[in-house]
Design a protein. Structure first.
Length: 150
């Protein structure tokens, strides 16, 4: 027994709009409503986090530890105050400069700017140096936040 597949003139690929019209009696209805204010505020905060950038470099590795450098850059359209960086790092940070450690839970660190550098101008980078103990990984999963200066 052989099976045969053939295409006829009614075999077509349909777009989702065409399928919607087929299932709604030919009418394509589009609801136009404004998103809730909370959604817009959430999108603004997400856009702000995405516009911040963090870079990492190992300055020196001596086997039993290293010196690392984070560079936090404000790529938003507004001056930011009270910036913080959350990241995962499996090494123990022994000392840090140009920032302070707010908390450490397991391998999750939160650092923030000091009083003198807590404000980041538009496009401005801020270097944060540190020394860390033994390990083989680099910081990952960066999440940056800050408030737009008013």
């Amino acid at each position: 027994m052989t099976s045969r597949t053939s295409r006829t003139s009614h075999d077509r690929f349909f777009s989702s709009r065409t399928i919607t019209r087929l299932f709604t009696g030919g009418k394509h209805r589009r609801r136009r409503t404004a998103p809730p204010a909370a959604t817009l505020a959430g999108c603004d905060r997400l856009e702000q986090r995405l516009a911040l950038a963090v870079g990492y470099a190992t300055v020196s590795d001596w086997g039993s530890g290293l010196q690392g450098q984070l560079t936090v850059t404000n790529d938003t359209a507004a001056v930011l105050t009270d910036w913080q960086v959350t990241f995962t790092y499996n090494r123990t940070i022994n000392s840090i400069w140009n920032a302070q450690i707010v908390s450490r839970t397991g391998s999750q660190y939160v650092i923030k700017g000091l009083d003198w550098n807590r404000t980041l101008a538009v496009g401005a980078p801020q270097g944060v140096g540190f020394t860390a103990g033994v390990g083989t990984d680099a910081p990952t999963n960066f999440l940056l936040s800050g408030a737009a200066a008013t």
